[in-house]
Design a protein around this ligand. Structure first.
Ligand SMILES: NC(=O)c1ccc[n+]([C@@H]2O[C@H](COP(=O)([O-])OP(=O)(O)OC[C@H]3O[C@@H](n4cnc5c(N)ncnc54)[C@H](O)[C@@H]3O)[C@@H](O)[C@H]2O)c1
Length: 322
């Protein structure tokens, strides 16, 4: 009786695994420790999880066909699959396009193949992203909107993974849930994301670049709220043959300016800010319509940035012994 969590050494996969273990579940983590950002940080997350008896980790690449068998053999009876592994990042996908295709599309195929050969319906949840909305201008983004104008290869790989999952629903009756995450933040977060970069710059007295001259809004979501959505989607899975697409973002939008102001207060320092143009693949506003998520899963985020950001800063201080 094992729940497979891919990307378990990653930010969201780590928190999800910890939450499942806390509920007494047995978790098989899978991660290839991709070097996109600090492998040391990924090892530290994995070491935290390894301290708990219900956790095992296999180091494997879910973009490889052989990994399906590897996971089947290690897991035994699979009772849930959460595919949180991916090569993330809009800008990073410019530099490693083949890796993004392999991990994000091939990786979802691995999760689907596990479900297909499980012998009975298995709850399958996977991480998609607000980046699938790309150049859509209708705000807030709704899962009922068209999502066929990606602005980045990253967004395109995630949308492709959704379509492949849809094909498995109709062809093999594999039910699955795509959760489109909107900018997740919190303790043990990612060094390539704004929360970490801004906090680091504040502590080190470095200049902070605000893209699109600071004119950006985001549906920032605290990691525990995000994990709660994954847990609910596993508990209330898609029916056989059903593919669900749900937004997981905060109900309100925050400007980058206010986000930075809350961080400044938490760190206790004033930022030196430079307002710069946005990267062409970057989206200016990503605000979520979560009414469908609320209806289907009964999910609503509860943590505001005024509560969540200080928790990140507290963790950052402790982790770096500041
Ligand atoms: N963090 C966010 O704000 C955010 C927003 C939207 C979507 N997402 C999606 O949520 C999921 C989790 O994101 P995250 O922030 O935890 O990213 P992360 O990079 O911290 O975690 C992903 C993990 O997957 C692993 N991985 C990558 N390729 C792999 C492969 N081929 N085989 C096995 N493991 C592999 C990495 O080593 C990493 O530990 C990803 O699918 C990401 O695209 C995240």
């Amino acid at each position: 009786m094992t729940i497979v969590v891919t990307g378990a050494a990653g930010f969201v996969g780590f928190h999800l695994s910890a939450a499942l273990l806390k509920r007494g579940e047995t978790v098989l983590g899978v991660d290839n420790f991709d070097p996109y950002y600090s492998v040391e940080l990924k090892r530290a997350r994995a070491a935290e999880l390894a301290r708990q008896p219900g956790f095992r980790l296999i180091e494997a690449d879910i973009g490889q066909a052989d990994t399906v068998k590897l996971i089947q053999d290690a897991a035994g009876e699979i009772t849930g699959i959460a595919n949180m592994a991916a090569n993330p990042g809009v800008r990073a996908s410019d530099d490693r396009p083949f890796d993004f295709i392999a991990s994000n599309i091939g990786g979802e195929l691995c999760a689907l193949e596990l479900a297909r050969h499980a012998g009975r319906p298995v709850p399958l949840v996977y991480a998609s992203t607000s980046a699938v909305y790309g150049a859509s201008e209708e705000m807030p983004f709704s899962p009922n909107d068209r999502a066929d104008r990606p602005k980045s290869l990253y967004g395109a790989t995630k949308r492709a993974a959704e379509l492949i999952s849809l094909s498995y629903a109709s062809r093999f009756g594999i039910g699955s849930t795509a959760l489109r995450f909107f900018t997740v933040y919190g303790p043990w977060g990612r060094p390539d994301m704004a929360t970490w970069k801004f906090t680091k710059a504040l502590f080190e007295g470095e200049k902070i670049e605000l893209y699109n001259f600071g004119r950006m809004t985001r549906g920032f979501t605290y990691v525990e709220d995000t994990v709660q959505a994954v847990l609910l989607a596993l508990e209330k899975p898609a029916a056989p043959g059903e593919h669900r697409t749900l937004n997981v973002g905060s109900a309100g939008a925050e400007t980058l300016e206010r986000y930075l102001a809350v961080l400044e207060r938490a760190v206790g320092r004033q930022a030196e800010v430079e307002r710069v143009a946005a990267h062409p693949a970057e989206m200016f506003d990503t605000v979520a319509d979560i009414s469908e998520t609320e209806r289907v899963l009964g999910w609503r985020p509860t943590t505001t940035i005024d509560v969540g950001l200080p928790k990140f800063v507290e963790w950052y201080r402790a982790f770096h012994k500041l």
